[in-house]
Design a protein. Structure first.
Length: 132
């Protein structure tokens, strides 16, 4: 991945940081985590997921944040799609499992189970994997 990075002529720091995270995560070692000096934006949706029998369910909600989305950002129908116990099948048109597998590339961890759990939580709370 370092050889590929040298050839990339990009100027987007966030995408560069994502590529570094993915490179380090390939070592599959929980102790190797990039320490980024640049402040990066945080994705926080106020929803916590839990995986049960290979399905994803809402297991926690930050009510204050969801109320903010509804009131200040004028996002309607949040209550209908964000109930504890609801199954999450897709997000922004992508299957939940597909998103978890994408995120797993960016998580450093010594076991598949650890990396998967961190990836599931990263769907709605992370400071990496900025979509274009």
């Amino acid at each position: 991945c370092v050889r590929n990075e040298i050839e990339i002529q990009g100027t987007n720091n966030l995408l560069f940081i994502d590529r570094v995270r993915r490179c380090i995560a390939a070592f599959r070692d929980t102790h190797l985590v990039p320490k980024i000096k640049l402040e990066t934006p945080f994705v926080l949706a106020g929803i916590r997921l839990t995986e049960i029998d290979k399905k994803f369910y809402i297991s926690g909600l930050a009510e204050e944040l969801l109320t903010y989305y509804e009131d200040e950002l004028k996002i309607s129908n949040i209550d209908a799609v964000s109930k504890i116990g609801s199954e999450v099948v897709e997000i922004d048109g992508k299957g939940s499992e597909e998103i978890v597998k994408e995120l797993m590339q960016y998580i450093s961890g010594g076991s598949e189970k650890y990396v998967r759990e961190k990836s599931i939580q990263a769907i709605f709370e992370r400071n990496f994997f900025y979509r274009k």
